[in-house]
Design a protein around this ligand. Structure first.
Ligand SMILES: Nc1nc2c(c(=O)[nH]1)N[C@H]1C(S)=C(S)[C@@H](COP(=O)(O)OP(=O)(O)OC[C@H]3O[C@@H](n4cnc5c(=O)[nH]c(N)nc54)[C@H](O)[C@@H]3O)O[C@H]1N2
Ligand SMILES: Nc1nc2c(c(=O)[nH]1)N[C@H]1C(S)=C(S)[C@@H](COP(=O)(O)OP(=O)(O)OC[C@H]3O[C@@H](n4cnc5c(=O)[nH]c(N)nc54)[C@H](O)[C@@H]3O)O[C@H]1N2
Ligand code: SF4
Ligand SMILES: [Mo]
Length: 736
C-alpha cells in the first residue's frame, strides 16, 4: 500500500488529494487536510478520479476508424505518421487555414498541453484556432485586456476577507469557483457570514449558493447589464462614488448611464427599483465589497459590457485592488508576464472569421464560427480538424449543425481519453495518459486563487509502457506534420519537437518558478507536496496605474443595451444548470457520479407547469426554430416564472461512442435548441442562457408510469435529435 499526495485536475479548485494505492489499483481517495488552500475538501468528482483511471472504456491506445465506422487499435508511430500526412495533404491542397484546431476545457488544466498546442498552431500557420475560452471566458479576458492591458490580469474576489459579496450569474457552491480558485466555497461563504459579512445572490434560479445567502433576487436572464448600469448610476448621481485617484473616465460613464434609472430598468430586470437602489447603497457602504460575476453573465447577449460594468462598479466604489475587494494575485509563475512574453496579452480584431466576419481574440476565433467555417465553401474552408480535450458535439450551440459539420470533414484527429459524441467522428483518436499518470501544476489556476499558493504534484502512477502524455502526442504531431509538409518545415518542426522532448515540461516549470516573484523552484515545491502557502492576496498591485473606464466599445454598446428596454420579454426562456456530480460533458461514465436521481431534467416553475399541464415525471418537448428535444420534468419554484432550466453536457446516446455507463442514462443535449447565431457581438461569445423556447407536454406520457429517471433513458425526439441519430454523412471523406 502506498499513499500519494496529488492535485485534482478536474476543475479550477485545485483540491489537494491523498490517494492510496495497492499495486496498480486505487483503493482510496480523500481530501488532503494539510493542503493550505483546500484544507481537506474534495467534491464527489475527486473520488471519481479512481473510476476515470480504471474505466475500461478509457482508451489506452490509438484508434483508427474503419470504413464501416467502427474503430480498431493501431500503433502510435503509424497513427502519428498518418495524422501528419493527412494534415499536410489537406494544407498542401487547400492552404494553411483548411486545418482547424479546437481545444476544450481540460486543456487548461494541463499547461504543457496548452503550450504545445499553441506551438503546433503556429507551425501549422492556421487562423482557425478555437477553444472553450470563447464559450465561457472571453468577456472577462477582453475587459481585462482593455482596462489592465493584459487578458491574464483577472481580478479575483478576496473571498476570505470581504464584508460584502454580490454573486451574479455564478453558482460557486456547485461549480467550485471559476476564474476564482476557491476550494470548499461553502465553508468560505459560511465563514463570510460568521464574521458578519453579507452574501447576496442574483440569479434566475434559487441556487445552492443562494441557499446560503442573506438575500437572493431573481433576475430575468440576460439583463444583468441593466441592473449594474442602474446600480452604478445610483451611486454616481447620489455622490457616493469613491474612485481611486488613478481612475479615469468616470464623468463619461456617468453621462452614458443616464438612460438606466432604477425605475426604468426594473420591469425589464424583474427586480424592483427600491431593491436595486438598496443593493447599490449596501455595496458602497460596506467596509469592503466585491461582485463575483461569472458564467451566467458571460454567456449573455451583453457578456462583455456586463463584465465591464462589474469592473466599473468596483472602480467607482473604490473597492478595486483593496483588501476584501477584487484583487490581483501574486502567483509563483507570473502568468501575466508569461502572456506578455508569448505575445498573448489579448489583442482583438486583427482578422475576422471568413463566413461571418467575427473578430479574433488573442489568436482565436469564436467557437460560434466553427460550424460556419467548416460548412461554408470557398478559399479557407476548414476541411480537417484537430480536437484536443474537447467535446464540441455536446458543448457548442446548434448541436445538429455541428454534428453535420464534423461528419463532413475530410479528416479529423482527436486527442482524447474517450470515444465519445465528438471523437466518434474522428479518423484517429489518440489517447493521452490518465489524470493519475501525469504530474500537475495549476499554472492558470494558481493565478486565479483567492490565496497565493503553489503546489507541484508528481504522478501517482508511472506512465505505462507504450503510453504517451498529451504533450508528447502533440510533439509527435508537430514532427510528423513537418516531415510530410517537407522543405524547411521538416527540419524546423522536428527540431522543436525534439526540444520539447529534451527540455521536458518539469524543467521548463522549474525555470518559470525561478523567474517568478517568489523565486521558488521545482525542488522547493517537491519538498512540500501539499503546497507552499504564499500568503493572502496583496492590495495596491495597481497603485499608480491609470485605469480608463471610458472605453469606447462599451460606451457604444450601452446604446444597444438601452434599446432592449422596450423590447418584448419572451414568455419562456431556457437557462443551464451545473451539478456537483457532473463535469461539463465528460464524467458521466463514472457509476458513482451518475447514480442517484436523474440530473438531466427540465425544471419548470409551478405557474408555467400549470399553464402547460405539466407535472413532475412528465416528459416535455422543448423546441424553437433551432431544434427540439425531450426531457423529463421537475416542477420546482427554485426557477423564476418564465424560466426553465436544463443542464448541458448530456446526450450520451450517440451511435459509435464507447461510454457504457453514460449510455445507460444518456440524458439529452441542451445545445440542440441553443442558437449559434445569437451572440454577444462585442465579445463574440455565444448566448447559452436566456434562450427563448416553447415547452409542451408530450402527449401520451401520462400513465406510462415510472419516475422521471426511468424515462430519462428513453429516446429523445425532435428534428435535431433525429439528425444526430442518423450518424455521420461521410460523403466527402476519402478512403485511407
Ligand atoms: N448550453 C450550454 N453549453 C455549454 C455550457 C453551458 O453552460 N451551457 N458550458 C460551456 C462551458 S463553460 C465549457 S468550458 C464548455 C466545455 O466544452 P468542452 O471543453 O468542449 O467539453 P468538455 O465537456 O470539457 O469535454 C472535455 C473532453 O476532453 C476529454 N478529456 C478529459 N480529460 C482529458 C485530458 O486530460 N486530455 C485529453 N486529451 N482529453 C481529455 C473528455 O473525454 C472530453 O471529450 O462547454 C460549454 N457548453
Ligand atoms: N460541478 C461542476 N463544476 C464545474 C463545472 C461543471 O460542469 N460541474 N464546469 C466548470 C466550468 S467549465 C465552468 S465555466 C464553471 C462555471 O461556473 P459558474 O460560473 O458558477 O457557472 P454555473 O454553475 O453555470 O452558474 C451560472 C449561474 O448563472 C445563472 N444564470 C443564468 N443566466 C443568468 C443571467 O442572465 N443572469 C444571472 N445573474 N444569472 C444567470 C444560472 O442559474 C446559474 O446559477 O464551472 C466549472 N465547475
Ligand atoms: S472541487 Fe472536486 S473536481 Fe474540483 S478540484 Fe476539488 S475535488 Fe476536483
Ligand atoms: Mo467553462
Amino acid at each position: 500500500m502506498a499513499t500519494h499526495i496529488t492535485t485534482c485536475p478536474l476543475c479550477e479548485a485545485l483540491c489537494g488529494l491523498r490517494v492510496t494505492t495497492e499495486g496498480d489499483r486505487v483503493t482510496d481517495i480523500r481530501g488532503a487536510v494539510e493542503d493550505p488552500l483546500s484544507r481537506g475538501y474534495m467534491c464527489p468528482k475527486g473520488a471519481a478520479l479512481a473510476d476515470l483511471h480504471h474505466d475500461p472504456d478509457r482508451l489506452r491506445q490509438p484508434m483508427r476508424r474503419r470504413p464501416d465506422g467502427t474503430f480498431e487499435p493501431i500503433a502510435w508511430d503509424v497513427a502519428l505518421d498518418l495524422a501528419g500526412r493527412r494534415l499536410a495533404e489537406v494544407q498542401a491542397e487547400h492552404g494553411p487555414d483548411a486545418v482547424a484546431i479546437y481545444f476544450g476545457n481540460p486543456t487548461g488544466h494541463s499547461w504543457p498541453e496548452l503550450l504545445s498546442l499553441l506551438l503546433l498552431q503556429r507551425n501549422l500557420g492556421t487562423r482557425n484556432l478555437y477553444s472553450s475560452a470563447s464559450v465561457d471566458a472571453w468577456p472577462r479576458q477582453q475587459v481585462s485586456a482593455r482596462l489592465y492591458g493584459n487578458q491574464a490580469r483577472i481580478p479575483v474576489p478576496d473571498l476570505d476577507r470581504t464584508d460584502f459579496l454580490l454573486v451574479l450569474g455564478a453558482n460557486p457552491v456547485v461549480s467550485n469557483g471559476s476564474a476564482m480558485t476557491a476550494p470548499d466555497v461553502r465553508r468560505r461563504l459560511k465563514a463570510l457570514r460568521d464574521r458578519g459579512g453579507r452574501l447576496v445572490v442574483v440569479d434566475p434560479r434559487r441556487t445552492e449558493t443562494a441557499a446560503l445567502a442573506d438575500a437572493h433576487h431573481f433576475i430575468r436572464p440576460g439583463t444583468d447589464a441593466l441592473l449594474l448600469a442602474a446600480m452604478v448610476r445610483t451611486l454616481l448621481t447620489a455622490g457616493l462614488a469613491r474612485p481611486r485617484a488613478e481612475t479615469r473616465g468616470v464623468a463619461a460613464v456617468e453621462r452614458a448611464l443616464r438612460p438606466f434609472s432604477p425605475e426604468r430598468v426594473a420591469p425589464r430586470v424583474g427586480i424592483d427599483a427600491d431593491t436595486i437602489v438598496g443593493l447599490a447603497r449596501a455595496f458602497a457602504a460596506a467596509p469592503s465589497a466585491v461582485c463575483y460575476a461569472r458564467l451566467g453573465t458571460c454567456v449573455h447577449p451583453f457578456g462583455a459590457t456586463t463584465t465591464w460594468l462589474v469592473d466599473v462598479l468596483h472602480h467607482v466604489t473604490g473597492v478595486f485592488d483593496q483588501v476584501g475587494g477584487p484583487m490581483f494575485t501574486t502567483p509563483a509563475v507570473d502568468l501575466a508576464a508569461l502572456a506578455g512574453r508569448i505575445g498573448q496579452t489579448g489583442a482583438q480584431g486583427r482578422y475576422r472569421s471568413r463566413a461571418r466576419g467575427l473578430p479574433e481574440f488573442s489568436g482565436e476565433l469564436p467557437c460560434v464560427a466553427l460550424a460556419d467555417e467548416i460548412e461554408t465553401p470557398g478559399v479557407g474552408q476548414v476541411r480537417a480538424l484537430i480536437t484536443h480535450a474537447g467535446n464540441p458535439a455536446l458543448s457548442l450551440p446548434n448541436a445538429a449543425r455541428l454534428e453535420r459539420a464534423l461528419g463532413g470533414l475530410d479528416f479529423m484527429v482527436s486527442i482524447d481519453l474517450y470515444l465519445n459524441e465528438t471523437t466518434r467522428h474522428a479518423d484517429l483518436v489518440l489517447p493521452p495518459t490518465s489524470q493519475l499518470e501525469r504530474d500537475h501544476y495549476g499554472l492558470l489556476f494558481h493565478a486565479l486563487a483567492v490565496r497565493n499558493t503553489a503546489k507541484y504534484s508528481p504522478p501517482v502512477f508511472e506512465k505505462p509502457a507504450g503510453a504517451r502524455h498529451g504533450w508528447e502526442i502533440l510533439a509527435g504531431l508537430l514532427e510528423a506534420h513537418g516531415r510530410h509538409a517537407g522543405g524547411p518545415r521538416r527540419w524546423l518542426q522536428g527540431a522543436q519537437a525534439r526540444a520539447l522532448g529534451a527540455l521536458r515540461p518539469e524543467r521548463l516549470l522549474d525555470l518559470l518558478l525561478r523567474a517568478g516573484p517568489h523565486r521558488l523552484s521545482l525542488a522547493k515545491l517537491r519538498a512540500a507536496p501539499n503546497g507552499v502557502d504564499l500568503g493572502p492576496l496583496e492590495a495596491g498591485r495597481l497603485a499608480g496605474v491609470e485605469v480608463d473606464l471610458a472605453q469606447g466599445v462599451f460606451l457604444a454598446d450601452l446604446e444597444r443595451l438601452a434599446a432592449t428596454l422596450d423590447e418584448p420579454v419572451p414568455a419562456l426562456v431556457l437557462i443551464g444548470r451545473r451539478s456537483l456530480r457532473s463535469n461539463n460533458s465528460w464524467m458521466h461514465n463514472s457509476a458513482r457520479l451518475v447514480k442517484g436521481p436523474p440530473r438531466c431534467t427540465l425544471r419548470v416553475h409551478p405557474t408555467d407547469a400549470g399553464a402547460r399541464g405539466l407535472k413532475t415525471g412528465d416528459r416535455a418537448r422543448v423546441h424553437n426554430a433551432v431544434g427540439a428535444l425531450e426531457a423529463p420534468v421537475e416542477v420546482s419554484d427554485e426557477v423564476m416564472p418564465g424560466v426553465v432550466s436544463l443542464p448541458h453536457g448530456w446526450g450520451h446516446d450517440a451511435p459509435g461512442a464507447r461510454l457504457g455507463v453514460a449510455a445507460a442514462r444518456p440524458g439529452v443535449n441542451v445545445n440542440q435548441v441553443v442558437d449559434d447565431r445569437v451572440i454577444d457581438p462585442v465579445s463574440g461569445t455565444g448566448v447559452l442562457n436566456g434562450v427563448p423556447v416553447s415547452v409542451e407536454r408530450v402527449s401520451g406520457s401520462e400513465g406510462k408510469g415510472g419516475s422521471a429517471g426511468a424515462r430519462e433513458a428513453g429516446g429523445i425526439g425532435g428534428v435535431s435529435a433525429s439528425a444526430g441519430r442518423l450518424g455521420r454523412p461521410r460523403g466527402k471523406r476519402r478512403a485511407e
